[in-house]
Design a protein around this ligand. Structure first.
Ligand SMILES: NC(=O)c1ccc[n+]([C@@H]2O[C@H](COP(=O)([O-])OP(=O)(O)OC[C@H]3O[C@@H](n4cnc5c(N)ncnc54)[C@H](OP(=O)(O)O)[C@@H]3O)[C@@H](O)[C@H]2O)c1
Length: 296
């Protein structure tokens, strides 16, 4: 079998177009221009690239983009003061603090300081709790991206889904979302016994591990859908780098029914979901109905 490639770039472009349409209507009818503030502490080179492309896509969707760059030695108190200002700024509807933060800053304290209504990353304990209890919430963008991509292949109800990875930003919220879609969900991690066998039980396999090409072809049930969240930079012999996922793509695509590529899968969709969350936040803060942008 040769897997169908799930084209994250094209699906993301479609979602961004829908978001831009909703943003235009929000502006025309209610005078609201959704605004996304991105806070970057230090000069992590990969983060700087993400932040630039976030800003460009935010503006292309008819939203305002605010960038706040702080030096690597900024104190936690300074960062919390900036967040307090952004929480109170009516032009800002979404606040994203780019992770990872320098080690002297506690990310939990920073996330807890965000206004949950503006927490477009969906990491605040209020949003995590609302997701877990089935209440409307701002949901983390990468898990949301995974679910939308998986649903382009087939409905998720009743599928055996395995999520490898249990981080607060990907694995756990992804498992919650899949459960809400009525999949039967297993969460695997570094202590899971016989991971290949657990993965082979999956109709839908999501890998969020952070280890290049860790999931091999023989982890995959024939015909399964594979969503590869991993983004790993591996060094090549000529000194250049290449991005690979957590799944060995060539092996996996010989067995799977459908698979996301890296790059061009979950990554672009994550960014589109961030814009969708900013639009949702702007609507909710104004007391307007939250638009249905995708069926998520
Ligand atoms: N596409 C995107 O937009 C996007 C967004 C976010 C992250 N990512 C990528 O997704 C990957 C995961 O990110 P993350 O933040 O969730 O990483 P993380 O916080 O490091 O979590 C990794 C998870 O993988 C598990 N794991 C590690 N080694 C394992 C092994 N040998 N067998 C089974 N499980 C293992 C860990 O288990 P334990 O809990 O037992 O340690 C942990 O739960 C990374 O490559 C990251 O770059 C991509």
């Amino acid at each position: 079998m040769t897997a169908r490639i799930i084209d994250g770039k094209a699906i993301a472009a479609g979602l961004r177009e829908k978001v831009a349409g909703h943003a235009r209507r929000l502006t025309e009818r209610h005078g609201i221009v959704p605004g996304l503030a991105v806070v970057l502490v230090g000069d992590h080179p990969a983060s700087a690239v993400y932040v630039r492309s976030k800003a460009a896509q935010t503006e292309a969707a008819g939203m305002r983009s605010f960038r706040h760059q702080m030096p690597a030695d900024a104190t936690q108190a300074e960062l919390l003061a900036l967040i307090a200002r952004l929480n109170g700024d009516p032009a800002v509807h979404g606040i994203l603090v780019q992770l990872p933060l320098p080690p002297h800053i506690d990310p939990h304290a920073v996330i807890a300081a965000l206004d949950p209504m503006k927490d477009v990353d969906g990491f605040h304990p209020i949003n995590a709790g609302r997701l877990a209890t089935g209440l409307p919430a701002l949901v983390p963008c990468t898990p949301l991206a995974c679910v939308i991509l998986a649903k382009t292949v087939r409905p998720l109800a009743g599928l055996a889904a395995v999520v490898v990875g249990r981080s607060n930003i990907v694995g756990k919220p992804l498992a919650q979302l899949l459960l809400a879609e009525n999949a039967t969900v297993t969460i695997a991690h570094s202590k899971t016994r016989d991971l290949p066998a657990v993965c082979r039980g999956a109709d839908l396999l999501c890998a969020a591990i952070g280890r290049p090409e860790f999931v091999r072809g023989d982890f995959i049930k024939p015909g399964a859908t594979v969503i590869d969240v991993g983004i790993n930079r591996v060094a090549l012999a000529d000194g250049k780098h290449r991005l690979v996922g957590d799944v060995a793509f060539a092996e996996a695509s010989a067995v799977a029914g459908a698979i996301t590529p890296v790059p061009g899968g979950v990554g672009p969709m994550t960014l589109a979901c961030l814009l969708a969350n900013t639009l949702r936040a702007a609507s909710a803060i104004a007391g307007l109905p939250v638009p249905v942008i995708s069926d998520q």
